[in-house]
Design a protein around this ligand. Structure first.
Ligand SMILES: Cc1cc2nc3c(=O)[nH]c(=O)nc-3n(C[C@H](O)[C@H](O)[C@H](O)COP(=O)(O)O)c2cc1C
Length: 170
């Protein structure tokens, strides 16, 4: 798909059918995450593919926002291997993970797979439930699947501020 079409077609899907994401499509999505840039090329981001009944139960215990998606990706980063920016106030962990997550989300749209970015969960509690290493922090979850019949974008999907409200030329 043309990049402009990918960006236009993507929306947050909040009701999925049972249809599982095909392995080739999932691999293409994960590959797009692998190619994402990270600060200093640290590549400290980890992507967990959650598909087993046991793992999905843990997601459902952590958030009401799986919406029946048969695959959920958890994007985490290694807190002990981030680049701290000059000034010492911020580091690359959350940013690198967000870039990887954005690649995954847009690649899903390119593959015709529906998705929803989730942050409505307690990352520490979910990390513990999934048994992630102590040094890893979950940034976000990405629901993946196919929209249930009749499901589509919510009305707010088309409600975006005009460029002049968000872009400032100086
Ligand atoms: C950082 C971030 C966190 C989000 N967290 C959630 C969430 O926890 N649950 C949910 O249902 N949607 C979540 N969303 C989806 C947004 O609600 C959605 O992107 C927004 O309303 C615009 O709709 P659209 O993606 O269809 O254009 C999140 C989106 C972003 C970018």
């Amino acid at each position: 798909m043309e990049f402009k079409e990918v960006v236009k077609n993507r929306y947050s899907c909040k009701k999925y059918s049972d249809r599982q994401v095909e392995d080739e499509k999932l691999t293409a999505i994960l590959e797009a995450g692998r190619l994402a840039p990270t600060a200093k090329n640290l590549q400290e981001v980890r992507v967990y593919v959650l598909q087993s009944a046991e793992a999905l139960e843990k997601i459902d215990a952590a958030t009401p926002c799986r919406y029946g998606a048969p695959t959920v990706l958890a994007v985490a980063f290694d807190r002990e291997n981030v680049f701290t920016y000059p000034g010492g106030k911020r580091d690359s962990g959350a940013e690198d993970a967000a870039i990887v997550a954005t690649h995954l989300m847009l690649a899903a749209a390119d593959e015709g797979v529906d998705s929803c970015w989730l942050n409505f969960f307690d990352p520490d509690a979910l990390s513990a439930a999934l048994g992630l290493p102590e040094n890893e922090e979950i940034l976000m979850l990405l629901d993946l699947g196919y929209a249930a019949q009749g499901a589509g974008p919510l009305p707010n999907h088309t409600s975006r501020k005009a460029l002049f409200e968000t872009v400032i030329y100086r």
